[in-house]
Structure formats: C-alpha cells, structure tokens
Ligand binder design. Structure first.
Ligand code: SPV
Ligand code: MG
Length: 303
C-alpha cells in the first residue's frame, strides 16, 4: 500500500482507487460501500473498516443545507469528494445523479471527479434536475437511447480510469421489471461496469427478482427502505455490492440534534461532555500527530 502524505493526514491511501473499487464490485463475495459526505465522515468510515465509500448525493446535499434535487452544483460535489478522498484514502463511488445535464455535462463531471480523486461515478436515468428517489411520485425517466449516450460519453472520456455504474430508476418511477431489464441491457451495451437497481419497496422482492433474471454485470443495491432484509439474501442472490447510503449523515443529524437540544435546555455543556467525542479523538482521526512531527522537521528550532 502506497504511503501517500496528505495535507490533512499521512494515511495509507489505496494505490489505485479505481482498480480497488472495480475489484470490490467484481469480487465473488458481497461488498459494502459506506456513505460519507465530507472529509470527517469519510475518515470515520475508514476507521470503521470499510474498504470503499459512497459519496451520497442526498447526504452531501443535506450536509451543505441543500435539498437532494440538484440544488448543490456539480462543482460543490467535486470539492466534497476531493476532501473525502484525501481524508480517507479510500476508493469512492460518487453519486453523480443524472449527470447534471446531457452527455456533455455528464462526461465533464466524470472527468473532474476523476481528476479530484474519485474511483467511480454512478449515473441514474432520470431527467435533470432529479429529485431524491424517496420524495414524491414524480420521477420522470430519460429516454433509454439518450441515457445510453450519456454513459457512452463518460466511458469514452474516462475509459478504464473511472468505474461507471448505470443506475436504473424504472422501479422507482413505477415501471415494472421488464422496463428495468430492458434498461439494464442497454446500459450494459453502452459500457457500464455495473448496474445499480434501485427500489423504494419495504421488502427486497423487486431487487431480488431483478437479480434472478439479469446477470450480465455486477448488481449494486441500496437497501435504505428494505433495511430488514438480512445480507445473506443478497449473497444468495449473487448481488455484488450493498450501499449503506445515508446512515452517517442521519447519525450526525440525530447526534447533533440531541446535543444541541440538551445544551440549549441545560444552559451548560457539563452534562453532554461524556457523550461527545473527545477533542483528542478528533486530533487523532485527522492526524494532528503528523503536524507536530512536521513542525519539528521544518520549523526553525528556536521559534
Ligand atoms: C443517495 O444516497 O443520494 C442516493 C440513494 O442516491 S437514494 O437516496 O436512495 O436515492
Ligand atoms: Mg442520490
């Protein structure tokens, strides 16, 4: 493992994030990507042992105070992903929404993500601006051929340097399995490395049904709504990768809300002190020890 020195922390970065992500997605066992939405959450996910990250559009938008409706710009996303890559050293699959426009915007996004440390991009077949898949029932899909062109443009621009995941929103939009399968074939033909099939049902039947009928490429799933299904069901179905898509952000909301509420009520920070991370934990997580040793090396001794 390459010992890369980052500005924020000297951490063992994976040598080839794109290959590492592709290996995770293509490995014979089930893989997991953990959501992160900034440098801190990315570092925490690494500390927890995750081998790859999901740069969630929902979580990044939320952390920025935007709605998950393409209110955050593509440059906002690129900047966040860069911090995540530097702070974690992990391969990152970036939620590229529907590509922020047509094929041209999509390939520009992909190239910029690659230049700023992403390992892969996931594009969904919705019109721009998209809206989070769990909000309302209006989820217009983009035409199959047009979206296939978007995927081809990204592949032509980034080749094997960036993993490309084609995300099917047909089930979210209320179409059936046949439409999802048709789209999966088209996106595989267009050069996707994997397919993400999304569902908003509270059980996994839709995605398991899809996996039973379609095996051309590795399948990625996001069990946010069907969270009760044990991962053994995904292993049995030959699914490649599970994304835990928003739980660091939601944990942060719950934690911050509880602490802010108590400080406001108690007019004191004494009560919550044992319940929040210590400052030393933060210093350790983000590599302050390296800063001290670098100062010894680079600052004049008598200053
Ligand atoms: C995200 O994490 O932003 C996703 C997954 O795209 S979902 O919120 O389920 O649409
Ligand atoms: Mg998203």
């Amino acid at each position: 493992m390459d010992q890369k020195v980052f500005i924020s922390k000297p951490i063992g970065a994976v040598e080839n994030p794109t290959k590492t992500l592709l290996d995770l997605i293509y490995s014979s066992d089930l893989s997991f990507l953990m959501e992160a939405h900034d440098g801190l959450s990315a570092a925490i996910a690494r500390q927890a042992g995750f081998k790859g990250l999901w740069a969630s559009g929902l979580s990044i938008s939320s952390a920025l105070g935007y709605r998950d409706a393409n209110e955050a710009s593509w440059t906002d996303v690129v900047h966040v992903v860069e911090r995540m890559a530097d702070a974690s050293g992990l391969p990152i699959l970036v939620d590229g929404d529907s590509g922020f426009g047509n094929f041209n915007n999509a390939r520009l996004l992909a190239m910029k993500l690659l230049q700023h440390g992403a390992a892969g991009v996931c594009l969904e077949d919705k019109v721009f601006p998209k809206r989070n898949s769990f909000v309302g029932d209006r989820h217009p899909l983009v035409d199959i051929d047009e979206f296939s062109g978007r995927l081809r443009a990204v592949k032509d621009m980034t080749g094997n340097d960036l993993v490309l995941v084609g995300r099917i929103e047909a089930l979210i939009a209320g179409y059936g399995l046949d439409e999802a399968l048709r789209r999966a074939d088209a996106y595989a033909d267009a050069g996707a490395d994997a397919i993400l099939i999304h569902s908003r049902k509270s059980d996994a039947n839709e995605v398991l049904g899809f996996a039973k009928q379609w095996q051309r490429l590795p399948i990625v799933i996001v069990p946010t709504k069907y969270y009760r299904t044990p991962v053994s069901a995904y292993r049995d179905a030959g699914i490649s990768t599970v994304i835990w898509a928003n739980h660091a952000m939601r944990a942060a909301v719950a934690g911050m809300r509880a602490v802010c509420g108590r400080i406001a009520t108690e007019e004191s920070i004494a009560g919550i002190e044992p319940e929040v991370a210590t400052l030393d934990e933060i210093f350790d997580l983000l590599g302050y020890d390296e800063l001290a040793s670098a100062e010894d090396r680079y600052l004049p001794k008598d200053k």
